[in-house]
Design a protein around this ligand. Structure first.
Ligand SMILES: [Zn+2]
Length: 337
């Protein structure tokens, strides 16, 4: 149990392969990769018969045991292949391919058309030149952070937006790039901590946080709160809890979301409450105080979330368990699958 602690460390994971290979909990799952966030921490929720990403909460496959779905569909190689064969026109490229064409207008002479075209090209290339170094940086860092293509593209899009709005001038490019990457992760539900991204730039969480708030106060861009799932593996590794707690906590969070208990709640506290309920269910003793400290929330928060879960989630957990038992009894009878 304790050996996996350091490898669960969220900071500076340099590659997908490295991330899972030294972690006994996940080594069996090495070939499976979350198609949304690229995480290799895919868990099997036996009770629900689901394959779930323990970092972003995505349900990758349902009805595993009854339908006999092919898990190998999510091999590393296939994932990378899919990520590479993305859309040919991408905002991370330093010139929008199709976008450069100018709409033909009947009212313009050939000369005016040529002039318009030249002017537009000129403006574009100057603008492009300005954002180019940042876009290169986004790409380079994104690769080291294992970010999926759509996240990288979102980061590039946000940087362009910020640049057009005149928000990057005279500010640290690194801090801005880190801020848009973090924002893109939130927007595309890729679980990365701000601290993790900041450390790649040798910046503090505070510095990047400041740029992040500056940018997104001014830009009209929606940034959803991080999902509570992101905090689960952090708590579990800090408190040296078994893998079964991850599975149970993720399931609790799923049910909680289904019944609307997570809405408007602070994600770290929600995660701590879910892990607390999971430890209770599994008969493992950890105090609410320990859980609160693991994610820097108050004990009161953990207690409140836990009470809510007891009331609204626990009955559903029980129901699922009973349903599963019933299903297993049915399967035990000789039925051809
Ligand atoms: Zn995921």
């Amino acid at each position: 149990m304790s050996k996996s602690d350091s490898s669960l460390n969220e900071i500076k994971r340099s590659s997908k392969y490295e991330r899972s290979s030294d972690d006994p909990h996940y080594s069996m799952e090495r070939k499976r990769i979350c198609p949304r966030c690229g995480s290799t921490k895919i868990i099997v929720d036996a009770e629900r018969g689901e394959l779930v990403c323990s970092e972003c909460g995505l349900v990758i496959s349902k009805g595993l045991f009854l339908e006999g779905k092919d898990w190998r569909a999510f091999s590393t190689e296939e994932f990378i292949e899919r990520a590479r064969s993305g859309a040919p026109v991408s905002p991370t490229r330093t010139a929008y391919g199709l976008d450069t064409k100018i709409a033909y207008s009947k009212g313009l002479s050939g000369r005016s058309m040529r002039m318009l075209r030249r002017t537009k090209k000129h403006v574009r290339s100057r603008k492009e030149k300005r954002v180019m170094p940042a876009l290169f940086k986004i790409r380079a860092i994104a690769e080291r952070l294992d970010l999926p293509t759509h996240t990288v593209e979102d980061a590039a899009k946000l940087y362009r937006l910020a640049s057009s709005a005149g928000l990057v001038k005279g500010r640290s490019m690194d801090a801005m790039v880190a801020a848009v990457i973090y924002a893109a992760c939130r927007r595309t539900e890729v679980p990365r901590f701000l601290q993790e991204i900041a450390s790649f730039f040798e910046l503090t969480e505070k510095e990047v946080g400041r740029s992040f708030r500056f940018l997104f106060r001014k830009l009209d861009v929606r940034i959803p709160p991080p999902k509570p799932e992101i905090y689960v593996s952090r708590i579990v590794s800090k408190l040296k809890l078994p893998q079964s707690i991850v599975t149970k906590s993720i399931r609790i969070l799923r049910i909680a979301r289904e019944v609307g208990v997570t809405l408007g709640r602070e994600p770290a506290g929600t995660a701590a409450g879910a892990v607390y309920l999971a430890t209770q269910e599994e008969g493992i003793h950890r105090t609410q105080r320990e859980l609160a400290q693991a994610v820097s929330v108050t004990e009161v928060t953990v207690r409140n979330r836990y009470r809510e879960f007891l009331e609204k989630v626990k009955p559903l957990l029980e129901k699922e368990r009973l349903e599963k038992e019933k299903k297993e009894e049915e399967i035990a009878e000789p039925v051809s699958l």
